[in-house]
Design a protein around this ligand. Structure first.
Ligand SMILES: [Zn+2]
Length: 309
């Protein structure tokens, strides 16, 4: 019988590697955001007092040439000149996440059934990874619009109400914090998606049609994931992560393995139970419904459970 404590430790070890990968992307994007914000702040300190002297809001809204630079900086907290760079970084991180997901998936099959025939797997096509990275970066850049709206509103309100430069700069700084947090969520969620989808591909190529949801302790209690913990679903019918910044993983599962006594259902039952008790202690109830993303995809109930410990 497979040692599930060891399996969990293995999943956690890979998760830490993925976390490191995510951190590299986040650091780079944050550096770009910081550089851009420094420029914005400088321009604000130069321009804002002038704006106050010269008719304030009226002039700013008219976008006179004098204030175009400030407008431009407010509009693009993530300037287009970084895009190619960030895309290259995303592509590299996605590629590594994909390879790591495939590697972990193969490793888990071996842990559960060392005799299972695992043919070599060529991996996810490079073009598919690159396309996903491009989409991810597009999503990241879309936040520019949100930032632009909120940042312009801050400057306009400041002018209308006579706020000083320092106050406006501080408020814009809070918006920078939100932009960073959003960028981090995007990077983490997408890298985990690639990691998890690649494991799916690995399982399907090895003729493994089911997976078992495994909560990653690094995520902390979660009403959605704890409801699914230990349960078996069809590969392809359910996506992980279930929500932004989710960190669960899919264990390979075959009915034959269970019948042969290779799976440790008792361990899984206890692991699931422990999670549910933790939720209860914290005053939460497990959520057995579909996830936000599943609802958005048109599902009105959670995916079919093939087996539950
Ligand atoms: Zn969760």
């Amino acid at each position: 019988m497979a040692d599930y404590a060891q399996i969990l430790a293995l999943v956690e070890r890979y998760d830490r590697a993925i976390d490191g990968l995510e951190q590299q992307v986040i650091d780079r994007v944050n550096a770009a955001l910081d550089a851009s914000f420094r420029e914005l702040e400088q321009e604000l300190r130069r321009t804002y007092p002038q704006l106050q002297d010269e008719g304030g809001l009226y002039n700013f809204v008219l976008k006179t040439e004098k204030f175009n630079q400030l407008k431009g900086l407010l509009d693009e907290i993530l300037p287009p000149r970084w895009q190619a760079d960030i895309e290259a970084l995303y592509t590299e991180a996605f590629q590594l996440a994909s390879d790591t997901g495939i590697d972990l998936a193969g490793n888990l099959v071996e842990q559960i059934d060392p005799a299972y025939p695992l043919d070599p797997f060529s991996g996810i096509p490079v073009e598919a990874i690159a396309a996903q990275a491009r989409d991810g970066v597009k999503r990241l850049y879309r936040y520019n619009d949100t930032f632009a709206q909120r940042a312009s509103a801050i400057v306009e309100l400041g002018l209308a109400q006579g706020h000083g430069t320092a106050k406006v700069a501080a408020e814009l700084g809070r918006e920078l914090g939100l932009a960073k947090s959003k960028a981090e969520t995007i990077a983490r969620t997408e890298i985990i998606s690639v990691f998890s989808d690649s494991a799916d591909a690995r399982y399907l190529a090895a003729d493994i049609g089911f997976f078992q949801w495994l909560v990653n302790p690094s995520e902390g209690t979660c009403i959605l994931c704890y409801a699914r913990n230990g349960r078996v679903y069809k590969v392809g019918a359910v996506r992980i992560p279930a929500h932004p910044r989710g960190r669960c993983f899919k264990l390979p599962w075959r009915r034959e393995w269970q019948q042969k006594g290779l799976t440790d259902d008792k361990w899984l039952r206890e692991y699931r139970q422990r999670g549910l008790e933790e939720l209860k202690t914290e005053g939460f109830k497990p959520d057995y419904g579909p996830t936000y993303w599943e609802k958005k995809a048109g599902m009105d109930k959670a995916p079919e459970v093939i087996w539950s410990p």
